[in-house]
Each structure stands twice: as structure tokens, then as C-alpha cells.
Ligand binder design. Sequence first.
Ligand code: CMP
Length: 140
Amino acid sequence: AIERTLSIIKPDAVAKNAIGDIISRFEKAGLKVVAAKMVHLSEEKAGGFYAEHKERPFFKDLVGFMTSGPVVVQVLEGEGAIAKNRDLMGATNPKEAAPGTIRADFAETIDANAVHGSDSPESAEREISYFFGNDEICPR
Ligand code: CMP
């Protein structure tokens, strides 16, 4: 089925000037960017996004990292977009990410791991509406 998923290019990848390389991988895999913006997240916005991790020991570092510089938030659309994006990203920990994946090629640590992608249809729906209004998404 045609799905939508939320992708975030994290501060480490933006700082490496890798925005274009990463979006190019999405496009080459058949995903379409139907919404995009660059934002410097506040602590409140980043903490709310990762609310499900609030009790985890890494929460504070995660929010600190995600607010350390601008990010690029996008909605990607395509056949099986959620799983396709996760395949392109590779494992959460770059040290475990398969060769040729975004995290293997651009990321160094589990915090600075280059990209985020929705992990299920339910989180995709929540995450997309957390960042974008309907009038900011451009079907194409
Ligand atoms: P992301 O897909 O953005 O979702 C939560 C983030 O927390 C994850 O990527 C990692 O960057 C970060 N993180 C840090 N430590 C851990 C951990 N032990 N397990 C999962 N995620 C972690």
C-alpha cells in the first residue's frame, strides 16, 4: 500500500552537509518528498516528539542532541514507505547498521545516528501530525 512516513535528518547529518545525499537515497528508492522543513527544535518540541522514551536513561542526551542544531523534517510517501525508509536507514546503532545504509555511511554513535524514521503506521500518523498541518503536505 502507499504509505507516508516521517523522516528527520538529525543535527549530525545536517552539520556534515549530507542533507542532499540522504534525500537523494530516498528519491532513488522511489520515495517522494511530499513535505519538508528545516527547524531548530526547542527542548519542549524535541521532548514531546520522543515522549515515549521519557523514562529511558538516554532521554536527556537524546533531547540535548536533537536540540543541538537544525534538523530537516520530511514526509516521505510511497509503496511501503515505512519499512522502505527503515531499510534505507539501517539499524539504530550505526555500529550494527548494514553496509550501504544511511546510518552505516553517515553516522558515528547511537545518539548521533543521522536519521529518524517512523516505526509503524500508528507512529507515522502521530509523528507527521506533530510536525505538519494538512495544508503543509503536498500530494503528488
Ligand atoms: P530514533 O530512531 O530517533 O529514536 C530514538 C533515539 O534514541 C534513537 O533513534 C537513538 O538515536 C537514541 N538512542 C540512544 N540510546 C538508545 C538506546 N539504547 N536504544 C534506542 N535508542 C537510543
